[in-house]
Design a protein around this ligand. Structure first.
Ligand code: SF4
Length: 637
């Protein structure tokens, strides 16, 4: 506990003791579910650092969101300020946010033209305005290859760190080196911030980074090589670990869009190159189109359209051609093709599903097809990885159902710990509406009207900031007019498909300022996670219906897979992921001991035993209509 920099609360003491015990035990992994506000980040980092202080272990703190980096940085800084021992820590974010050329206004070509091969450029010749860079990886690779990145050429001399870069590494050792700081150093001293960050990983006891530094095969390989760290020397802390299964599945899945492929082939054709490859790839596209004549999703065998090796050989020839030529125009497509080929090579029917999927572009009124390979089992990666790591701490405010996370991540030799909410119980009221249904077969104007009536009666009475989560965008569309009509004194915000992070941030800002306001969101969307709205900024949360996925080919394959593996297909493949999302959304309401809130689970199915068990911490009351919610809210607010 000596590395913990603040006054320890009793419940924190329990958390730290559990972590200390785990680190000294022979267990490999611990899953910790502890509510927001308990101090998971500070407890895990201080315990891990104390355990590793005299050993050659390195702590990797990985998170799925950029916003969590700031929390982790502040936490590490507090620990380093508190202890006598000195350590270095570094936060590595993506190149696009670290490169001095990123967020520029002009073009990549302008950047490149500013630098002449082999010569240092005087300060006055540096670009005053940073050029706009669509793809930083591409620009970086090009500038480095041609010896035209001024900052890179100052960071390395004859393939070794330059004296200036060595000086920075010495000067900032025993501190936490953050991205903003590195960008400033980079600008002042004309060094590449990203390269500096990678070099700091060799000297750091704590490395903060995105999930993909350890959960993407390619990035992990580079990261470990550059930092000189082996897996068995890593103490891994995974923040927001409920996101891990989906992130790993995405990493191990890929799509090949046939229109894009056709676009690439047409370039070979125009240049009269590789005639037989062109012919075979066109034949391959035709076969897929024939197979998918009715434009539905269709499962295929990996070798059914064309033999795996034959497809790979032809695609690789295509790839080599575009890598050889100046492939600027095709860069993103080629990178995607590269990852598709590598996945198609590795994937097997044991753990992946292969299928043809139709992509509909409603605006362009076009349908096109993709060849997809989707991973069904994240444990293919995580089981092996967690065995090789020295220790892994998986933590989140909602890791329910824990059995599901244990199984799907393939954990072995683990322990679990669940901590109750430290916030006053009387500040929260939860309800399950037992006479409400959002079942597909029961969706009609009457049921939409009933839902809208329930919500608007409660909100008319309270005038409190509220978020209404719907099971889908379509469902939201059916109800929003009814809500808007009744609540004209509220400012109403709406989540729409494809919002950028900036648009979401701005909307959330406006939502907090406007009171009363309502956000109409989607449980499977972006607002059910990582938003912290305290006090009056959010008082009521409705979760309308179970956010069940459409029973697509992928969902059916997942159900089949988990049935075969654990006999729990419907649970792991269908119901429990929806429950996990529901819990995330419900968790937005109470974020501190001062917050007061009402949470309504609007669907009788939430009262089924299979769900109720996991809603324990909410202690929901069963209600028949909105009058009970109004009474409770009158008492609470
Ligand atoms: S080497 Fe560094 S500064 Fe140069 S382009 Fe790449 S990331 Fe940017």
């Amino acid at each position: 506990m000596k590395f913990f920099p603040y006054q320890v609360r009793k419940i924190q003491e329990d958390l730290i003791t559990s972590l200390d015990r785990f680190l000294k035990s022979d267990k490999k992994t611990i899953l910790i579910e502890a509510p927001t506000g308990l101090g998971k980040t500070i407890a895990s980092l201080s315990s891990a650092l104390q355990y590793a202080e005299d050993k050659d272990y390195v702590i990797f703190f990985v998170t799925s969101k950029n916003t969590q980096h700031i929390v982790a940085n502040d936490t590490v800084k507090d620990i380093l300020d508190h202890i006598d021992k000195k350590f270095t820590a570094v936060d590595v974010i993506g190149k696009s946010n670290m490169c001095i050329y990123s967020k520029n206004k002009n073009t990549i070509e302008r950047t490149a033209s500013l630098f002449s091969f082999g010569k240092d450029v005087k300060q006055k010749e540096q670009p005053k305005e940073r050029p706009k860079v669509k793809n930083i990886e591409k620009m970086c690779a090009k500038l480095k290859e041609e010896g035209k990145c001024y900052f890179f050429s100052k960071t390395y001399k004859s393939n070794k760190l330059s004296p200036e870069a060595e000086f920075v590494l010495r000067e900032y050792q025993n501190t936490i080196v953050m991205p903003k700081m590195l960008r400033k150093i980079g600008k002042d001293k004309h060094l590449c911030p990203y390269e500096l960050a990678l070099n700091f990983t060799k000297k750091s006891k704590i490395i903060i980074g995105d999930y993909n530094y350890l959960f993407s095969d390619g990035v992990r390989e580079i990261m470990l090589k550059r930092s000189g760290i082996s897996l068995d020397k890593i103490i891994l802390v995974v923040d927001e670990a409920h996101n891990l299964p989906d992130r790993v599945i995405n990493e191990m899945s890929a799509n090949l869009n046939l229109n894009t492929l056709q676009y690439l082939i047409s370039h070979l054709e125009k240049n009269h190159m590789f005639d037989s490859v062109v012919e075979k790839l066109y034949a391959f596209i035709d076969k897929i189109k024939d197979l998918n004549i009715d434009n539905t999703e269709k499962e295929i065998k990996q070798n059914s359209v064309v033999f795996k090796d034959e497809l790979i050989n032809n695609l690789e020839t295509l790839l080599e051609y575009f890598i050889d030529i100046n492939f600027d125009e095709f860069y993103d497509i080629v990178v995607n093709l590269l990852s598709f080929i590598s996945l198609w090579k590795q994937a097997t029917h044991e753990t992946h599903i292969f299928f043809i999927k139709k992509n509909e572009n409603f605006q362009a009124q076009k349908i096109n097809l993709s060849l997809c390979v989707k991973c069904l089992d994240p444990s293919v990666m995580t089981n092996d990885l967690f065995k090789k790591m020295h220790k892994t701490i998986l933590m989140s405010a909602t890791l329910q159902p824990m059995d599901m996370y244990i199984d799907v991540l393939g954990l072995e030799n683990y322990e679990t710990k669940i901590f109750p909410s430290p916030f006053p119980k009387e500040n929260k009221h939860s309800f399950i509406l037992t006479n409400a249904s959002t079942k597909y077969t029961e969706r009609n104007n009457e049921s939409y009207f009933n839902i809208a009536k329930n919500i608007t009666e409660v909100l008319k009475n309270n005038k409190k900031n509220s978020i209404i989560f719907f099971p889908s965008y379509e469902y939201k569309e059916n109800i929003k007019t009814l809500i808007k009509r009744e609540l004209d004194d509220y400012r109403i915000f709406e989540e729409v498909r494809g919002m950028t992070p900036k648009e979401r941030e701005n909307m959330l800002d406006e939502f907090q300022k406007a009171q009363p306001s309502i956000l109409l969101a989607v449980t499977l969307g972006s607002f059910s996670e990582s938003i912290n709205l305290h006090g009056e900024k959010l008082s009521i949360v409705y979760i309308v219906g179970l956010p069940l996925q459409r029973p697509s080919l992928e969902v059916k394959a997942l159900i089949r897979y988990y049935d075969d593996k654990f006999g729990k297909g419907m649970s792991y493949g269908y119901y429990l992921p929806a429950l996990a999302k529901t819990l995330q959304a419900a968790g937005r309401c109470i974020r501190s001991s001062e917050d007061k809130g009402i949470i309504v689970f609007y669907d009788y199915r939430f009262a089924n035993q299979g769900f109720m068990d996991y809603l324990d911490s909410y202690e929901p009351e069963l209600a028949n209509n909105y009058t009970e919610i109004i009474e409770a809210s009158n008492d609470l607010f």
